[in-house]
Write a protein that binds this ligand. Structure first.
Ligand code: SF4
Ligand code: SF4
Length: 109
């Protein structure tokens, strides 16, 4: 007999009152511009390494803010530090500098 039905997936709810986003706050101190990000995605669309790797600075910021550091860093692993995302950011955020700070904090670069 075929199995039928559905099962509940684990909750992906993030409780911002208890999540530890200390890394995000450290990056914010070094690169205050990230607080002005409007999530437009221009940095992702223009990423030089985007065709080779799964890179998303925009999503990484959201994950860091939610305290999901490991997942955030995984989205920046393939970054070549070219700085193109910084050139296109409409808010003038030094995204490259923020990525350097993130990698430095976690000894990834
Ligand atoms: S281009 Fe700038 S404003 Fe747009 S998502 Fe990226 S960091 Fe945020
Ligand atoms: S600095 Fe990194 S994230 Fe930004 S465009 Fe270059 S490879 Fe992509």
């Amino acid at each position: 007999m075929n199995r039928f039905g559905y099962r509940l997936s684990p909750s992906s709810q993030i409780d911002l009152d208890v999540s530890d986003n200390s890394l995000f706050r450290q990056i914010l101190a070094g690169e205050p511009g990230i607080s002005t990000c409007i999530s437009c995605g221009s940095c992702v669309a223009s990423c030089s390494a985007g065709v080779f790797d799964k890179i998303s600075f925009r999503k990484a910021l959201h994950l860091l803010e939610a305290g999901m550091d490991t997942e955030a860093v995984a989205l920046l692993e393939g970054c070549m530090m070219c700085g193109k995302c910084t050139l296109v950011c409409p808010r003038g955020i030094n995204t490259r500098h923020a990525i350097v700070l993130i990698k430095r904090k976690l000894n990834k670069g």
